[in-house]
Every structure is written in structure tokens, then in C-alpha cells.
Ligand binder design. Structure first.
Ligand code: APR
Ligand code: PHB
Length: 389
């Protein structure tokens, strides 16, 4: 078997890349370890920058996102009960679109199926070889049989725990990492959001976030210790703790209901450098992780894919190597700015167990500065809505 680009992983990065390449007439093979149902049961982030929305539209899969996504002109913040609204529209002229990553993944899966393009799901033991040459290959197991494909390029879109980054010799790759001493306990429930906008709250008991997926479905998070077991958290316990971390007015107005999903995720910052190894390119979570506080994970995956698709299309259509040569540096410049912003939002809003009294005063001063400074609010807003490509 032969293809032009072997894409490992059918999350949003892999599927969006596949779509953009196929639209340009480039042959792709998509290999995914899990089943379609498993992929669609994973609950992930839900905020799209304008640049991500535009890319989804350019890929021709934006219809449902446009119809069902909720445009947000700002966010609400609370610091120990003190309110602050960041007005994206006023400060940057831009807004974000609230639309679940799972829904976007579903749209991409359906678009591929409708176009008659098949992905290989339940592909076991995916392995890549010879990517230090112009003739790389991939092998995988499916239904007990071993399969192989030769290709021109491999796109590693297989997430943080995938096989592609792990195949790079250690001396060829640098990694940078920060792990945070807490996680997020998330709950999804079919009740109307308490406010029209997201609420990011700092509280001595820990950070809390009230997000949403639609006007009838909320997604809420609590900062929790790393060893938290979601099974120890009844719905009642979750909503009670969330109320304690919000101001009384919001706590009272908040509607609650039975959870339809509940899970714990650790927080991590991670970057791999470079993102190109011969004919292998890393994109999305395979290349970097941000803590979710800045809502950047999916948007970074989208900008990686934009740059990589441009590079691959330039190669196949115009025999131009410039896009592929610059991919790593171009993507990393954007990635590091998003890493900085995600780290900064995380530090501003969480309660760090080892913080001294001095650290806590500085954190408070950071919020007071933000509250009093139009320049600081503009800085937050322009990062949240997405820095220019
Ligand atoms: N072989 C094949 N597929 C694999 C392998 C493997 N060895 N390992 C992992 N995968 C698959 C996973 O099952 C998953 O479906 O790769 C896919 C990677 O998808 P995501 O983890 O969703 O990563 P990505 O597409 O880069 O999307 C980034 O996900 O975690 C969020 O915040 C992040 O929103 C961002 C988005
Ligand atoms: C979400 O809705 O899941 C969400 C929103 C904003 C964030 C993180 C997660 O910063």
C-alpha cells in the first residue's frame, strides 16, 4: 500500500489535517488506535479562536459550528469574590466561539465519511520507520493481520501519549515540561448556564470554572488534588463545592442536575522541539500540552495544522519546500506564546499548595493590577481571542 501522507491519530488535529489535504487532492491514510465511539466519548475543551473557526470553515466543515456555536464577547472573573469582566470585543474587536471539541470531531468524522474517505480505527501497534529518509513507512495491526504502507511524509497527530514522538531518538529532541500540583475535576450536566459568559474564579479552596456547551448544557470544573478519584465525588458534593467557590449571588442562581460525565485531568505544560524530523512532523498534543486555563489546546492544534497543511500543499502542488522548512520554527513561535499565557492564567487563578504568604500577596496584586489597567486587560483579551498567526 502507498499513500502521500500517513496521519497517525484521528483527534481534531489528525482529522482537520486529513480534510485540508484531501481537499487539495493529496492522498492520506489516517490510523487511529481507538474506536470511533471511544473518540467521541472523550470530553475536551470548548472555546474556539476566530482563527480556528476560519480554518474549520476553510476545510468546509463549519456549517453546524456556525449554527450551534455560541459567540462570546468576553469572560467574567472573580478573585476571592471580587468581580472583573474582560471585554474581548471592546479591547480587541474580536470574540470567541463556544463549541465543544467533541462536536467538532464528530463534524470532521461525518465529513470524511460523506466524502467516502475511510480512516482505519482500532489500528493496533502503529509503528513508524525510516522517517530520516525520503521513504518513510508505517505498519499497524488490524483484525489480527499486519499491514504496511509506504508514504512521503508522516504527520504525528497522536496526542501526548502517542507513538510518533516516542519514536524520535532522544538525542534528536528537546522537551520542556512543568507539571502542576493539582488537577481539574470536570462535570457535564444538562442545565442552563448560570450566566451568559464563562466564569473563572479564584478562591482559597481552589480555582473553579463555569463553562458551557450550549444554552442547555454546562461544563464546570474544580481545582482538585492530583490523587482525586472522581468516584468519590457525588454530584451533590461537586455542586456544593462549586457553590462555595463562587459568590453567593451566582451560587444561589446556579441550576444543577445529574452529571452526564465526570472526570479528573492533570494540568501540564509541555513543549517538544523541534517539530520536524526528516519526513516526520509533530502537530497538536503530540507536540505540546497547555494547562486548560487559557483554552488554548485545541486552538494550538488548529494553528499547527494550518501551517503543516500549507507546507505539505506547497510541497505537492508547487514543489516548494519553504513551508515545510519553516513549519517547526513558525509553529513553535506561536506555541511558546500560548504556553506563556496558559501558565500565566493558571498562576493567576489557582491556589498553589506551596505558595508562601508573599506569593499570595503578589497573586492578589496581579489581579488588582489587571482590574485597574486597561493595558493589562487588553493583554489578557488579545491572548485569549488568539494572537495573530
Ligand atoms: N496510534 C494511533 N493513534 C493513536 C496512538 C497510536 N499509537 N496514540 C494515540 N492515538 C490517537 C488517540 O486515540 C487520539 O484519538 O491519537 C489521537 C490524538 O488526539 P487528541 O489527543 O485529541 O490530540 P489532538 O488531535 O492533537 O488534539 C488536541 O486535544 O487534549 C486536547 O487540549 C487538547 O484540545 C486539544 C486537542
Ligand atoms: C471547557 O468548556 O471545557 C473549557 C472552557 C474554558 C477553559 C477550559 C475548558 O479555559
Amino acid at each position: 500500500m502507498r499513500t502521500q501522507v500517513a496521519i497517525i491519530g484521528a483527534g481534531p488535529a489528525g482529522l482537520l489535517l486529513a480534510r485540508l489535504l484531501e481537499n487539495a487532492g493529496i492522498g492520506v491514510l489516517v490510523l487511529e488506535r481507538r474506536s470511533p465511539d471511544y473518540v467521541l466519548a472523550r470530553i475536551r475543551a470548548g472555546v474556539l479562536e476566530q482563527g480556528s473557526v476560519d480554518l474549520v470553515d476553510e476545510a468546509g466543515v463549519g456549517a453546524r459550528m456556525r449554527a450551534e456555536g455560541l459567540p462570546h464577547d468576553g469572560i467574567e472573573m472573580r478573585f476571592d469574590g471580587d468581580p472583573l469582566r474582560i471585554d474581548f470585543q471592546a479591547r480587541t474587536g474580536k470574540r470567541v466561539l463556544v463549541y465543544g471539541q467533541t462536536e467538532l470531531t464528530r463534524d470532521l468524522m461525518e465529513a470524511r465519511a460523506a466524502a467516502g474517505a475511510a480512516s482505519v480505527y482500532a489500528a493496533e501497534d502503529v509503528a513508524i520507520a525510516d522517517f530520516d529518509t525520503p521513504h518513510p513507512s508505517v505498519t499497524w495491526r488490524h483484525g489480527g493481520a499486519l499491514h504496511a504502507a509506504d508514504c512521503d511524509f508522516i504527520a504525528g497527530c497522536d496526542g501526548f501519549h502517542g507513538a510518533t514522538r516516542a519514536s524520535v531518538p532522544v538525542e534528536a529532541i528537546n522537551t520542556f515540561e512543568r507539571v502542576y500540583p493539582f488537577g481539574w475535576l470536570g462535570v457535564m450536566a444538562d442545565v442552563p448556564p448560570v450566566r451568559d459568559e464563562l466564569i473563572y474564579a479564584h478562591h482559597a479552596r481552589g480555582f473553579a470554572l463555569c463553562s458551557m456547551r450550549s444554552r442547555r448544557r454546562v461544563r464546570c470544573y474544580l481545582q482538585c488534588p492530583l490523587d482525586t478519584d472522581a468516584a468519590d465525588w457525588s454530584d451533590e458534593r461537586f455542586w456544593d463545592e462549586l457553590r462555595r467557590r463562587l459568590d453567593p449571588e451566582i451560587a444561589e442562581a446556579m441550576q444543577t442536575g445529574p452529571s452526564i460525565e465526570k472526570s479528573v485531568a492533570p494540568l501540564r505544560s509541555f513543549v517538544a522541539e523541534p517539530l520536524r524530523f526528516g519526513t516526520l512532523f509533530l502537530a497538536g498534543d503530540a507536540a505540546h500540552i497547555v494547562p486548560p486555563t487559557g483554552a488554548k489546546g485545541l486552538n494550538l492544534a488548529a494553528s499547527d495544522v494550518r501551517y503543516l497543511a500549507e507546507g505539505l500543499i506547497g510541497h505537492f502542488r508547487e514543489r516548494s519546500q519553504a513551508g515545510l522548512e519553516h513549519y517547526s520554527a513558525r509553529a513553535l513561535a506561536r506555541i511558546w506564546k500560548a504556553e506563556r499565557f496558559s501558565w500565566w492564567m493558571t498562576k493567576l487563578l489557582h491556589t498553589f499548595p506551596d505558595d508562601s504568604a508573599f506569593d499570595r500577596r503578589v497573586q492578589r496584586a496581579e489581579f488588582d493590577y489587571l482590574r485597574g489597567s486597561a493595558a493589562a486587560q487588553t493583554a489578557l483579551a488579545e491572548n485569549y481571542v488568539g494572537l495573530p498567526a
